[in-house]
Ligand binder design. Structure first.
Ligand SMILES: Cc1cc2nc3c(=O)[nH]c(=O)nc-3n(C[C@H](O)[C@H](O)[C@H](O)COP(=O)(O)OP(=O)(O)OC[C@H]3O[C@@H](n4cnc5c(N)ncnc54)[C@H](O)[C@@H]3O)c2cc1C
Length: 428
């Protein structure tokens, strides 16, 4: 005898995660049971959002032991509400597909949206589902081919004059209506100002979970659930978070954390157009004027070569040696939080968890220990050269080339060698 699985399984994997004896697994998108392992404890029934699991006739759900049993109620406190279950809102009962919500503004899409299409493709391939891009805005026609070129198989479009300038309410309504109608299982967006604003609103409307600022995304092969990894507790640990029961599973990722996928001109796919179910009168926020900022800190994530300095530099005199190296090879100078706190540079040059995420072709780390909060902002650089007098410094674990030595000796020697080669015609 084993648990009975009725029709209508949505393959969410919640029961697989819950089962204490590993008797359940997903096969072809639905749950199957191994009768040898099933103890009919009934834990899976509690978590099933579609109510498709039941005990065989005659089997009794395990009662909690004395320690587990809740104490007799002695107060008049209201009983806790039964947990809300996923109720598919429209159409079928299958949540399927990976969606990337593009950040579209005034004719342009933020590059992080295309980076996420690259990452989304890997997730969709692992699950065996479709990859789609959502474009919400006004006059968006010009960017639809770009979404296909960067890998979308389908593009959902909501184009309305109300969406000309980003405002949280209509944007959230547009995306939430699409989710309710087409039921994607995973929703991704850049952890930009727009993503950080609208995604929590969408997650709240859908009563689902959201993991912000992920640095790694993958699929759990056992449950097909999204594994969302991000720094936690001040960056001291990397936490992997799962949204087991609710749909869609939602995550944001900072720009430049994921690699830009190859752009293939001429790729096409299906376009699904939907109306915005909102009038201007219903939008509380009014845009009076649009003033384009100069986005000072953007320059770091665009730089191809960065010379980064840490507290090990020790003094402004030594900092000048690093600046000279940067000048020689055409690099931009940046640093750790330590370097910023020492007053050697402004915060917009700080790389890391509370600074900018960078992905240059070359990152030269000078006098930097390699704290996790710094590494999360630069470890995906193409090449990392670390200069440090401590051979045990963690920065060497992510470096492609490590130079153990005193920066006062190493940096001027490097600058002199680069100067020599540049004079002999080697391009920067
Ligand atoms: C919530 C939170 C958020 C944070 N956010 C960030 C962030 O965004 N970015 C960030 O960078 N940090 C951040 N930090 C701080 C982080 O934890 C580290 O303290 C910081 O990155 C260390 O900076 P550092 O490598 O410059 O200094 P240190 O850790 O002091 O390292 C100095 C290194 O220089 C080497 N050194 C010393 N002298 C020489 C020499 N003469 N020649 C060669 N090498 C030498 C030493 O061996 C050492 O490895 C954050 C911390 C917290 C708690």
């Amino acid at each position: 005898m084993a648990i009975i699985i009725g029709p209508g399984c949505i393959g969410c994997g919640a029961c697989v995660v819950e089962c204490p004896t590993e008797a359940l697994e997903l096969a072809d998108g639905v749950v199957v049971v191994d009768p040898e392992k099933c103890t009919e404890c009934g834990d899976c029934i509690e978590v099933c959002p579609s109510d498709v699991l039941s005990l065989p006739a005659g089997a009794k759900k395990e009662e909690p032991t004395e320690e587990e049993a809740p104490a007799e109620e002695t107060t008049n406190a209201p009983k806790p509400k039964k947990k809300e279950k996923i109720v598919p809102v429209a159409g079928g009962d299958v949540w399927s597909g990976v969606w990337v919500v593009a950040e579209y503004s005034r004719g342009e899409v933020a590059p992080v949206s295309w980076e996420l299409l690259g990452e989304g493709k890997k997730l969709a391939d692992d699950i065996g589902c479709e990859l789609a891009c959502v474009i919400v805005g006004h006059d968006v026609e010009g960017v639809i081919p770009e979404a296909f070129a960067y890998g979308a198989e389908k593009v959902y479009v909501v184009d309305d004059p109300i969406l000309k300038d980003f405002r949280t309410e209509p944007y959230a309504v547009a995306v939430t209506d699409l989710i309710r109608k087409y039921q994607p299982e995973i929703l991704l967006m850049g952890a930009t100002a727009m993503g950080r604003d609208v995604f929590p609103v969408i997650a709240t409307k859908m009563k689902t979970g959201l993991t912000a600022d992920c640095t790694v995304l993958s699929i759990d092969p056992k449950t097909n659930l999204l594994l969302q990894t991000r720094p936690a507790f001040g960056g001291n640990i990397m936490a992997t978070i799962m949204c087991r029961k609710e749909r869609p599973q939602m995550a944001t990722v900072r720009p430049r954390v994921m690699a830009m996928p190859e752009r293939i001109e001429g790729r096409t796919g299906e376009i699904v157009r939907e109306e915005l179910n909102m009038t201007e009168d219903e939008v509380l926020t009014k845009v009076i004027e649009f003033i384009k900022g100069d986005a000072k800190s953007i320059f770091l994530d665009k730089a191809e070569i960065l010379v980064a300095v840490g507290l090990g530099v020790g003094s402004k005199r030594n900092l000048a040696l690093c600046e000279e190296l940067a000048e020689t090879i055409g690099a931009t100078i940046c640093g750790t939080r330590g370097a910023v706190e020492a007053g050697w540079m402004t915060h917009d040059r700080q790389v890391g968890q509370t600074g900018v995420t960078v992905r240059p072709k070359l990152y030269i780390a000078i006098g930097i220990s390699g704290a996790i909060q710094h590494l999360v902002g630069m470890e995906t650089s193409d090449y990392i050269i670390a200069i440090n007098n401590d051979p045990e410094a963690p920065i060497f674990e992510v470096a492609n080339y490590g130079i153990v030595g005193d920066l006062v000796d190493v940096v001027p020697a490097l600058t002199a060698e680069f100067n020599k080669r540049l004079q002999h015609g080697v391009a920067k």
